[in-house]
Write a protein of this length. Structure first.
Length: 330
């Protein structure tokens, strides 16, 4: 976290579609402390930080803190107000949220990361900021300091201990496979056919494959920010050899009707000890029921492990956007 000593005026908000609140401006919030959080509901790092934001809202809203969650969509589908509203409700966010679909406020803050937090004092100046996870106690202390500047008589609690188990002392963090994007805009495949823009390709994966690299089998259409199963898909597959403690995939169905994605670990059904929170067992197969656009937790290993992941789809219309890997384990 960086604490600013010089005066840097926070730019005004240019956003749309407010949730949990009528429209707000930083000008209207003068006299209060504001914490702006740029986030996206499919971003694993953003999701990790949200319990802290929600607890700060509970602790300090009456003391003079306003948290503003500015949703800046990483993928096209996350522009839809109803999807963001559903995510806010499911996650349990109760502080104000607005959509920054055009990235106007993001650009005004010269922001470059999800998540990113900017702490603004009662006079509208940015006093501290942090990109990414962590530094929760440090940020809470800064919040308290700015609140005490307004109301010196406040009796504030000790900064809260880590909420999530992997934020606690004793957690081991290793270098996982990096995030793997699947659209031609940011992604690359190990197949010799590559990912030519807006073309449907019948893929064949080589027998010898590199680690941390996506390979495809079957018919997939290459879109800018995703790949999509097409042409009466029969066992279209995505394969990757990875290292991580947890594996997630951002995906959704074109028609938003539920479909099943089979998950194999080293070529076999996933043992129950490795199931992610979205895993189900149907007819002896380990599958992810995909009924909307979001991030799905595929695997949660008891340790940092190395495996081959296979996602197998037998229906047209699955769009897959990115695979994310978590390296911290308790």
């Amino acid at each position: 976290m960086q604490v600013l000593t010089e005066k840097l005026r926070a730019p005004e908000l240019t956003v749309e579609n407010w949730l949990n609140s009528p429209p707000l401006t930083l000008a209207k919030l003068r006299g209060r402390v504001s914490l702006i959080d740029f986030w996206d509901y499919t971003c694993i790092n953003c999701l990790h930080t949200l319990p802290y934001l929600q607890e700060w809202h509970r602790r300090y809203e009456q003391a003079g803190l306003t948290i503003l969650g500015l949703h800046a969509p990483e993928f096209d589908f996350a522009h839809a107000p109803e999807r963001v509203a559903n995510a806010v409700k499911k996650i349990g966010i109760t502080y104000p949220v607005a959509q920054d679909n055009a990235f106007k406020t993001w650009d005004a803050f010269a922001n470059r990361a999800w998540p990113a937090k900017y702490l603004i004092d009662q006079n509208g100046y940015i006093r501290a900021f942090h990109h990414g996870e962590g530094t929760y106690a440090e940020m809470e202390k800064q919040i308290q300091s700015l609140l005490l500047d307004i109301h010196p008589q406040l009796n504030l609690p000790e900064p809260m201990p880590p909420i999530r188990s992997i934020d606690q002392p004793g957690t081991a963090c290793y270098r996982p496979t990096p995030e793997l994007y699947l659209g031609y805009g940011r992604g690359e495949f190990g197949n010799r056919q590559g990912n030519p823009p807006d073309q449907a390709i019948q893929y064949t994966a080589p027998k010898e494959r590199l680690h941390h690299t996506v390979y495809l089998e079957g018919a997939w259409l290459n879109r800018k920010d995703c790949i999509e199963t097409v042409s009466d898909a029969q066992n279209a597959s995505l394969l990757v050899e990875y290292q991580a403690g947890q594996v997630n995939c951002v995906m959704g169905p074109v028609d938003e009707n539920s479909m099943l994605v089979q998950v194999l670990l080293d070529g076999k059904p996933v043992p129950e000890k490795d199931w992610g929170t979205d895993m189900a067992l149907i007819d002896g197969n380990t599958v992810i029921p995909v009924d909307c656009y979001r991030m799905f937790q595929l695997l949660a290993h008891p340790d940092f492990e190395r495996h081959q992941l296979t996602l197998r789809v037998t229906q047209n219309g699955l769009r897959a956007y990115a695979l994310t890997f978590v390296g911290c384990v308790v």
